[in-house]
Design a protein around this ligand. Structure first.
Ligand SMILES: NC(=O)c1ccc[n+]([C@@H]2O[C@H](COP(=O)([O-])OP(=O)(O)OC[C@H]3O[C@@H](n4cnc5c(N)ncnc54)[C@H](O)[C@@H]3O)[C@@H](O)[C@H]2O)c1
Length: 375
């Protein structure tokens, strides 16, 4: 027997840039990476974003004499499919771009940036791409990391790859047209981060969260909240971009939600499923004395004050247990469930059992019945 060792290290570097008036011809951010002379760009735009900004986006590339091919993609979880992946891959193949200096540009919500990210990851085994998130979910979460993919075989994000963008361009004014339900959907990921890792962010949400939603995240408090949330997300993701460590704080709210959003895809958005998981997990944590009654009440009070409509009827304990089992496979045989330890800190549990889940569901249902009465 003889052995030859092959080892290679690859540095990942990309920027998350705050900008404004992204589609104004004088803003160079969209062309800040890649070549600009005699250049091409494959640009995928969410259909709802197209309605509001399609003309400005086209005018931008015309102004800069960039030969751009546009593809419109309908957002929504139901479109995060193999068929849509293949359709985009096909369109891209008809518009050959340089392999290194003509990045694909993905402008849309988390569904679009995940799917287009995987098109970029797989085309010629990897071409560069830029993410422009247009939903709050994308802005604070989906665009920040390097995960790409689509749903397959009834499983969320079953096919995908880690593929870093060249740059992420954040223009919060794009959130102005986002429906309230989708603003709240993204807010769930901010709440997640606050509970598990950042007590000051939680304070900010208690003080100003409702105003931020009211202003569609355009007021000064929103800048502070969004900056803090994104900085917190980067702090969690950066040392573990490829998820070598499977016990991840940012997976808080992503254990029971997996089964919920898979079964109820038509009615439950990703963040809404995450919020249900956060509430259940908070109750489990209280049962383990990881959360005091007061801390538990703060979590529930915040969700009430931010105006979430919570549907507890989807909380089928057997589905939640099956979701935990599935996530245990995903986490390589251990539950590794992040749980709040007070507000702003985290513990990982590996021994959650069915009775605990049933008891948490019952308490949550009672709480709902009392219509958001403080516990
Ligand atoms: N890669 C990651 O790390 C990561 C992290 C979190 C979530 N995600 C994924 O993100 C997805 C959810 O993302 P999402 O909530 O953005 O969903 P989405 O992309 O479906 O967008 C939600 C809706 O908003 C519309 N929309 C988008 N931008 C708009 C705008 N500016 N104005 C008006 N309407 C607009 C879309 O057309 C769609 O109808 C899930 O599939 C989830 O798995 C990925």
């Amino acid at each position: 027997m003889s052995t030859r060792k092959v080892a290679f290290q690859h540095t990942i570097e990309y920027e998350v840039v705050n900008t404004s008036n992204l589609f104004h011809p004088q803003n160079w951010a969209l062309l800040s990476v890649g070549k600009i002379e005699d250049a091409r760009r494959f640009v995928v735009v969410d259909a709802n974003v197209e309605k509001h900004h399609g003309a400005a986006i086209r005018a931008y590339f015309e102004y800069h004499h960039v030969d751009a091919r546009f593809a419109t993609f309908p957002g929504g979880e139901e479109n995060k499919t193999l068929d849509h992946y293949l359709a985009l891959a096909h369109e891209l193949d008809l518009f050959p771009i340089h392999r290194r200096d003509e990045p694909i540009i993905a402008i849309g919500g988390g569904v679009l940036t995940d799917l287009v990210g995987f098109v970029a990851a797989s085309h010629r085994r990897g071409v560069p791409y830029i993410k422009v998130p247009t939903t709050l979910m994308g802005y604070v979460d989906a665009s920040i990391g390097i995960k790409t993919g689509f749903n397959f075989n009834g499983n969320k994000n079953r096919l995908g790859a880690f593929h870093a963008p060249q740059t992420v361009l954040l223009d919060k004014t794009l959130l102005k047209t986002l429906p309230r339900r989708h603003l709240l959907n993204g807010l769930c990921e901010i709440i997640k981060l606050a509970i598990i890792a950042d007590a000051e962010l939680f304070d900010l949400l208690e003080l100003h969260g409702a105003e931020c939603v009211g202003s569609r995240f355009q007021n000064a408090q929103s800048d502070i909240t969004l900056d803090r949330a994104i900085a917190g997300m980067i702090k969690e993701l950066e040392p573990n971009l490829f998820e070598e460590e499977l016990a991840r704080k940012v997976d808080f709210g992503h254990t029971f939600s997996y089964g919920l959003e898979t079964r109820h895809e038509a009615n439950l958005l990703h963040g809404e499923a995450v919020l249900l998981d956060i509430l259940l997990s908070t109750l489990i944590a209280r049962g383990r004395n990881l959360m005091t009654d007061d801390e538990t009440s703060r979590v529930f009070r915040l969700t009430r004050e931010l105006g979430f409509a919570i549907d507890a009827s989807v909380l089928d304990p057997s589905l939640l247990c099956a979701s935990l089992t599935e996530r245990t496979y995903h986490r390589n045989g251990l539950q590794r469930v992040p749980m709040p330890r007070g507000i702003g800190d985290c513990a990982f549990l590996n021994d959650i059992h069915a009775a605990e889940i049933e008891s948490a569901v019952k308490t949550l249902e009672d709480w709902m019945a009392k219509e958001y009465e403080v516990l």
